[in-house]
Design a protein. Sequence first.
Length: 366
Amino acid sequence: MAEKIRVGIVGATVTPGGSGWGANAHVPALQALPDYELKAICTAHEDTAKASAEEFGAALAFHDMSEMVAHPEVDLIAVVVRVPKHKELVTAAIEAKKPVCCEWPLGAHLAEASEMADAANAAGLPSLVGLQAQSAPAVMYARDIIANGDIGEVVSVNARVIVNAIPVRGDGRIWQGIRKNGANPMTIPGGHAIDALCHMLGEFTEISARVTTRIGMWKHAVTGDDFPVDAPDTVTAVGVLEGGAEVSYQVASVPQNASGTRMEIYGHKGTLVLTSNSVNIGPSQLQQAVGDAEMTEAVPPNSYRLIPTEMAAGPGRNVAQAYARFAAAMRSGSSNAPDFGDAVRRHALIDAMERSHESGQVIKLT
């Protein structure tokens, strides 16, 4: 491998019509980190590939994924496209024996995610999934505060994720209203938040949930046509963590005035409260209290910041934190960054919530 990890991104484009996550998060993240070089861009068309590569300073431009994954100067493939295309593109990278970073959700459902994780493991390849909320300094610091026993045994957790519904959408986002596509409030803002919760506190041993669609019609921003929606936008769940703590968890996509993410963690000796407009994008704020004392801000020490101090604020920061953690996997094969196995665990938890709603039963998790 070269001195820098040379990355080829599929999905970063300067043209309108997409979500912009590759261009707005992954590109600045990679450009900020000394361990990485943005080497190649792959888009669906030759003209956009060349324009995007020029804009982002990438030496190589491709409009054929098979050519990029086979190129000897590309060490890592980053898949940053719509969820229904993940499996095809991730599989192409694995078959070319290239490590893969794939955005979250890894698959449109649990079975797809499991297939990709199994393939990466069978090939012996490092993987990274875009669950970057757990790499936020406030989340990593909270995890250590809890592990160190500073708030004592955790007994109760209250987590809620309230986001704006955005019922008027163009082509770049309206596909998310279709349940089978796998990208919705339950999996994206909810998935990032519950992953951060589990990263701090451990996995669920059981969960019971209601999963519903409360806003069942969107409107196309260009045509004005009504667009029926069946993707889940509201989740109400209760569960138990490995350590015995009881959890109440809510996701709601509301017409207006969304309040963001708030996690309240109550221990025998103290309390932690994590708040953010969007825990995966950040920034997140952490407050702590011991006993009956007032809540005060708990600022993560500088050691939790893994990115250059001069990196501009924006969605790339937590993504850069995740890439920084993943660099160790590329160099030595060991890493504490979220991989495809972690993605499968999160998909399994989401699947358990859906099965609980369908059956009306508490779902046990192992």
